[in-house]
Design a protein around this ligand. Structure first.
Ligand code: NAP
Ligand code: ZN
Length: 366
């Protein structure tokens, strides 16, 4: 089954001003970070909502890799404001956060505490009450606007973890102007995330004809912006393309889920503070070398216009500004953690051992 319920609007949000009316919702709650005030997205969205008669509340303290405590704080404010519509503006962090904020605000008892939030968000029992959630991405990579997933930081477990609850955005507004202010490092890291989603989806045990077509198209499209990414020369056309690639990649992983690089990245982000996209990008080439389906890994390289995996590794190292540097103890601990989640390993079409995972970490360092 293939299903994406999100209505996607590409271009200037003001050209779709009528879409900013949400029948029955008198109060909107925006979840964002600090950068949306500088790139114009917050002002535009707030103005369009208000022009349609909606009262707007703003929470602009979303953390990078948002924690449950952070989304719980936002949700308490949203509940107090009696919000009926939720809008995430920003990178994957505010877009993931807004999904959790909506779930808590709609379902939690008054004055719930952080421990209640952890229990609610990570207990698989359904959270039945739902309110509409919209997305305005300002990075191009996570695809959170088209996935039902939200990954939060669980300090209690010292890692990041996807919520079992699925929340699809009702609408997503993709405007390249909002991504123009991304510094080079964020643009490259988030683009590497989109490529990882496409490649992991294409190499997944859950891949099917529709996700294959989308992944192949997305990778071919990504290849047209590779030089611009490497040369820090992303113009409006490239930015617009990368936003579409990111949304497409989100649709792919909605159906295939992500695979080893993502599972292995969480320890790198939590413990080594490596941004999400960079962590996945650093592991991608060696994951592909480990993958037994050489026809598919070869096809990815072909679509990227690269001759071999060394070339991909070199390209990704060139655009990413981090190196992987793990001690033996760190490699062992992170491999054990990644291997401890059999559900996540199911995206890989063959059995994977802790030793295999350690090998991918080790070779990604060399
Ligand atoms: P991010 O954590 O949302 O943002 C990274 C940094 O970029 C922040 O400092 C942010 O500032 C800044 N920023 C955002 N847009 C900007 C712009 N246009 N100009 C200048 N700076 C800007 O990074 P991300 O890589 O987009 O998202 C990572 C998160 O997404 C992780 O938590 C990851 O787990 C999650 N993710 C989710 C999915 C999914 O399927 N749901 C898939 C992949 C990744 P401010 O925060 O201050 O605005
Ligand atoms: Zn990702």
């Amino acid at each position: 089954m293939f299903h994406i319920p999100t209505k996607i609007f590409t271009g200037e949000p003001k050209d779709f001003s009528g879409e900013f009316a949400c029948p029955g919702a008198r109060r909107a709650f925006i979840v964002t970070g600090k950068s949306s005030a500088a790139n114009g997205s917050l002002l535009d969205v707030k103005g369009l909502l208000e022009a349609n008669g909606t009262e707007v509340f703003v929470f602009d303290a979303t953390e990078e890799n948002p924690s449950v405590e952070n989304v719980a704080a936002a949700a308490r404010l949203a509940a107090e404001a009696r919000a009926e519509l939720f809008v995430g503006i920003g990178g994957g962090s505010p877009l993931d956060a807004v999904k959790a904020v909506m779930l808590l605000a709609a379902n939690a008892e008054k004055n719930f505490c952080d421990a209640d939030a952890v229990r609610m968000l990570y207990d698989p029992a359904p959270l039945c009450k739902r309110l509409p959630v919209w997305a305005v991405p300002t990075t191009a990579g996570t695809g959170s606007e088209t996935t039902p997933f939200a990954i939060l930081t669980l300090h209690g477990k010292q890692t990041k973890q996807s919520m079992p609850h699925l929340v699809c955005m009702e609408k997503a507004f993709l405007c390249e102007r909002y991504t123009a202010s991304m510094p080079r490092r964020i643009a490259s890291g988030t683009a590497a995330d989109a490529l990882a989603h496409l490649a992991e989806g294409y190499l997944s045990s859950r891949a099917g004809p529709l996700t294959d077509a989308m992944a192949e198209g997305g990778i071919a499209s990504f290849s047209q912006s590779m030089d611009a990414l490497a040369n820090n020369a992303l113009d409006a056309e490239h930015r617009s393309r990368l936003l579409s690639v990111s949304a497409l990649a989100g649709m792919v992983i909605t159906h295939t889920k992500t695979s080893l690089p993502h599972q292995m990245s969480y320890a790198l982000t939590y413990n080594k503070k490596i941004p999400h996209g960079e962590a996945c990008g650093l592991l991608l080439a060696e994951f592909m070398r480990f993958h037994a389906n050489k026809k598919r890994t070869g096809r990815i390289l072909n679509l990227l216009g690269l001759s071999d995996l060394d070339e991909l590794k070199k390209y990704l190292r060139g655009i990413l500004h981090t190196r992987l540097d793990l001690s033996r103890e760190e490699t062992a601990a992170y491999s054990a953690a990644a291997a401890a989640n059999p559900e996540r390993l199911r995206a890989h079409p063959y059995p994977v051992t802790e030793k295999d995972i350690a090998g991918i970490y080790e070779r990604s360092m060399s």
